[in-house]
Design a binder for this molecule. Structure first.
Ligand code: UD1
Ligand code: CA
Length: 457
């Protein structure tokens, strides 16, 4: 038998009060839709069809790198209508189970979906239900005295007695394709919201004596739907707790698992330590024994074994060699490549620059579009003047160069091997290897100098 997955993602998400379509809001750095798509893909389905509407092309672009198929639901006439459109786009469903996922239920795990699909393969209409401490907003599951599922009643249509029921529909459902098609034909929009409710197929199935199973999810969190910003923030915390737990299970030491945010993928070696308040974005790799100080932001970077990032650093698009040390309060911008045993200190900005082994930029400097050899020492307040107002130019600093403090290196310029630059210089010509360059006014002393005095009134 085949498996087809429909992801419903056409809604605007009024309750978010946002111009961004709801399914494009971010959880752990990726869109809600991407989370659902990733779980669906892991089931190895024949097709994943996303029903989209609000946000149009922007929603499609969000999954442009996948093989998702798209069906436009121009007018949002309800989840039942969305499934009808999705189903109609599939060439062949007679031998298929159709799994319906909601674009706003992002924490769902593949392992929870598998048993639903298995039951549906046996001809059972299978839905994923859950007991919630607060069922407000969800469709309630109605059962008879023998606990057989009778129907789902939406919040808007429920009376007080029904609202008390805490077993709710996650919205997620697995049904044999042909059965689903038949049941959808029976839907109408005679309800409080004037919509075609997918959940109404349950009542029709029960009336027709079709076997129904409600699989109770044992993890409440997994089926939480996101309709408001408060719910998004709540689910974000759950997601981050999951990630922190996985990291700790993998041997990472976290000063406080509640004070780390991973918005992407974090790969870690052994005995990594991360202090409080750090944000990890994109794809980040931390080698063995890497130490990250408090309040750092690290994005799309690779940090090799035994390197340390001290407090309050921004590391973006950088590569750090073994034992490199950065910070506190340093900023590495894209293209920063630090060789092993390098040191970048406080108030230093590095951009598109390579630091050779053992080189140091310890204080208050800007090094951009530069190539530094080994064991270079850049004094405090050194600036590479890489921009002439129109173009960027490169600075080359060869092995063992010593640059004195408060130096401006006007690119393009090369400092040859072992050269020395006197403090306070403005260097706009190349310095030959081994030579000393001093480019500043000579000091003069004025003997007998009197300071001006205040006039007497
Ligand atoms: C839905 C279920 C409810 C369930 C809850 C779980 C229905 C009628 N109700 O309610 O039983 O407890 O989810 O989270 O199904 N969508 C479309 N086209 C539409 C309408 C909705 O694609 O015409 C999409 C939305 O983008 C969203 C999903 O379907 O991703 C669910 O829609 P939403 O309006 O959030 O339904 P709920 O009221 O949460
Ligand atoms: Ca919802």
């Amino acid at each position: 038998m085949n498996l087809e997955v429909l992801i419903l993602a056409a809604g605007k998400g009024k309750r978010m009060r946002s111009s961004l379509p709801k399914v494009l809001h971010r959880l752990g750095g990726s869109s809600l839709l991407r989370h659902v798509h990733t779980s669906a893909s892991a089931l190895d389905p024949d097709n994943v069809v996303v029903v989209y509407g609000h946000g149009g092309e922007t929603v499609r672009e969000a999954l442009a790198d996948t093989d998702a198929q798209w069906v436009l639901q121009a007018e949002q006439r309800g989840t039942g209508h969305a499934v009808q459109l999705g189903l109609a786009s599939l060439p062949e469903i007679d031998d298929s189970v159709v799994l319906v996922l909601y674009g706003d239920v992002p924490l769902i795990r593949t392992s929870t979906l598998q048993p639903l699909i298995e039951q549906a393969h046996n001809g059972v209409l299978t839905l994923l239900s859950v007991r919630l401490d607060d069922p407000t907003g969800y469709g309630r599951i109605m059962r008879d005295r023998d606990a057989n599922v009778l129907s789902i009643v939406e919040e808007a249509d429920a009376d007080d007695a029904e609202r008390v029921i805490d077993e709710v529909s996650s919205g997620i459902i697995a049904v044999p394709g042909t059965l689903l098609r038949e049941l959808l034909e029976k839907l109408d929009c005679d309800n409080a919201q004037g919509e075609y409710y997918l959940t109404d197929i349950v009542g029709h199935a029960a009336a027709a004596g079709i076997p129904i199973a409600a699989v109770l999810a044992d993890d409440q969190d997994e089926v939480l739907g996101i309709n408001s910003r408060a719910q998004l923030a709540h689910v974000e915390r759950i997601y981050q707790r999951r990630v922190a737990q996985q990291l700790m299970d993998g041997g990472v030491a976290l000063a406080d698992p509640a004070r780390l945010d991973v918005r992407g993928e974090l790969h870690t070696g052994e005995d990594v330590f991360i202090d409080v308040g750090c944000v990890i974005e994109g794809s980040v790799t931390l080698g063995d024994r890497v130490q990250i100080g408090p309040y750092c932001v690290i994005r799309d970077s690779e940090i090799a074994a035994d390197a340390q990032i001290l407090e309050h650093c921004v590391i973006d698009g950088a590569t750090l060699g073994e034992r490199a040390s950065v910070g506190p309060l340093a900023r590495l911008r894209p293209g920063s490549r630090l060789a092993p045993d390098t040191k970048v200190g406080n108030f230093v900005e590095i951009k598109n620059a390579e630091l050779g082994e053992g080189s140091k930029v310890n204080h208050l400097s800007y090094v951009g579009d530069s190539q530094l050899g080994r064991n270079v020492n850049i004094g405090a307040g050194t600036i590479t003047c890489n921009y002439d107002g129109a173009n960027k130019h490169r600075t080359r600093i060869e092995d063992n160069v010593f640059v004195g403090s408060n130096t401006a290196l006007v690119a393009p310029v090369t400092l040859g091997k072992g050269a020395t630059v006197g403090a306070g210089s403005t260097i706009s010509n190349d310095v030959p290897a081994g030579e000393l360059a001093v480019a500043r006014a000579r000091q003069k002393s004025v003997p007998g100098w009197q300071r001006p005095r205040k006039d007497k009134k």
